[in-house]
Design a protein. Structure first.
Length: 150
């Protein structure tokens, strides 16, 4: 199981997801370009002291990510066809989240092997990407018995 972020806009959300991944033992893929400068200093600031406990892979663009991606790409989207509670996850899945401002473009939707959405009340747009990532990852880990050892 992996989390991938497609062109993230907000460093704070990346930091929160980085911490989530570290605590759950899940690698993180960052698909550039990102909406903020990224480097070792930003990684340390965003990830606090958790960066030593996580595998982070940066990809120059979508094609570079696809060249090394293994497993199903499961896109979390507000336009997803399958509700999170009805989705079925596999241990090798890559849980993909779009950018905060633009979501995922059509070519990413088309490439996804599965699309899921977190059920929400009508009339509300979306959850914060870090909250959505935690919810989707939690359900995926529950289904695959992938929780980290205590």
């Amino acid at each position: 199981m992996r989390i991938a972020l497609f062109q993230p806009d907000i460093a704070g959300n990346v930091g929160t997801i980085l911490r989530l991944c570290a605590c759950m033992g899940v690698p993180l893929d960052l698909i550039e370009p990102m909406g903020f400068p990224w480097g070792d200093r930003a990684l340390r600031r965003a990830g606090m002291d958790y960066t030593a406990h996580i595998e982070v892979a940066r990809h120059a663009d979508w094609d570079a990510f696809l060249a090394v991606a293994t497993g199903r790409i499961v896109l979390a989207t507000t336009r997803g066809a399958t509700r999170l509670d009805e989705a079925r996850f596999l241990p090798g899945d890559i849980l993909l989240f779009g950018s905060e401002g633009a979501g995922a473009p059509p070519h990413v939707h088309e490439r996804a092997d599965a699309r899921v959405r977190v059920p929400m009340r009508a009339g509300l747009r979306s959850l914060n990407v870090a909250v959505g990532a935690a919810m989707v990852l939690g359900e995926a880990l529950r289904q695959t018995n992938g929780w980290p050892p205590a």
